[in-house]
Ligand binder design. Structure first.
Ligand SMILES: O=C(O)CCC(=O)C(=O)O
Ligand SMILES: [Fe+2]
Length: 270
């Protein structure tokens, strides 16, 4: 294994299995093709063991050290993250409230030489994700708080059912909760043509048909289209928290959250 440096990430990713440092090689092209295929078929692409065990262990330990800097949010929202529409009947997705409760550790609290900061900073990972998504141009977020963050789901925490506002999302799981904390996913439940309110309401009312509970483990990288897939993190239980990172990318350079959103997610805007 090569020496870890402040800028390298060779000690973080299983490059034998996932050669993101050689995307133009035959194996690199095969990896991208397989990921694109999985994303198209399942609406989500999961790479188990993408981050190696040793780096995962260091990230879990770092999260414990940083926990005093975490910001707790616990609130309700609709699946669209829009204000409730009082003109629709109770139970309609435009008014039904979902609960989200978790803690976030902002990017600027995570040491720059942390495995996740070094991985996020690498052009190789950005290029790989662009290739899987079929995008010519992709940029890392310039937001000092949100670019790459760590989320902690303690006993009883959850992320309620929602559609993402962004077209796609990238996550890396570090630790499963003792119980629960599953990523439940309904690919393509809505589309640009149809909101499918009846279908959404059925899921919100507990009908599990069509919902995929994705098996995931420490070190798994996931790339998914969350804008048309209803998804959630089910309530966690027990002493061991669920820990993961969300990595933010966009098609424009210099992307940042506005101060209102920074306040909402991180409890501060500087
Ligand atoms: O934590 C996860 O696995 C999913 C995160 C998610 O859905 C989101 O941040 O919008
Ligand atoms: Fe989401």
């Amino acid at each position: 294994m090569s020496q870890a440096t402040a800028t390298g990430y060779a000690d973080v990713v299983d490059l034998q299995r996932y050669p993101i440092d050689a995307l133009d090689s035959e194996r690199g092209r095969a990896l991208v093709a397989a990921c694109r295929d999985e994303l198209r078929r399942a609406g989500v692409c999961q790479l188990p063991g993408f981050v190696v065990r040793d780096a995962v262990d260091r990230l879990v330990a770092q999260t414990t050290e940083l926990a005093s800097h975490a910001f707790r949010t616990d609130n309700t929202h609709t699946v669209y993250f829009e204000p409730a529409d009082d003109s629709v009947p109770a139970g309609h997705p435009r008014t039904a409230q979902q609960r989200s409760a978790k803690q976030t550790i902002a990017c600027d609290r995570i040491p720059v030489d942390s495995p996740i900061r070094r991985l996020y900073a690498s052009d190789d990972l950005t290029r790989f994700i662009a290739a899987v998504l079929g995008k010519n141009e992709l940029h890392r977020s310039a937001d000092p708080l949100d670019a790459v963050m760590i989320a902690l789901f303690d006993d009883g925490d959850e992320l309620g059912w929602h559609f993402d506002r962004s077209e796609f999302a990238v996550t890396i799981l570090y630790q499963d909760a003792t119980e629960g904390g599953h990523f439940d996913y309904y690919p393509g439940l809505r589309s640009d043509e149809s909101e499918n309110y009846a279908g959404v309401q059925r899921v919100l009312e507990g009908d599990g048909e069509g919902v995929i509970r994705l098996a995931s483990g420490p070190g798994t990288l996931a790339i998914f289209h969350g804008r048309c897939a209803l998804h959630r993190v089910s309530p966690t239980a027990g002493p061991r928290p669920r820990i993961n990172s969300v990595l933010t990318y966009g098609e424009r350079p210099d992307m940042r959250l506005n101060k209102l959103t920074q306040d909402l997610f991180y409890g501060r805007n500087r």
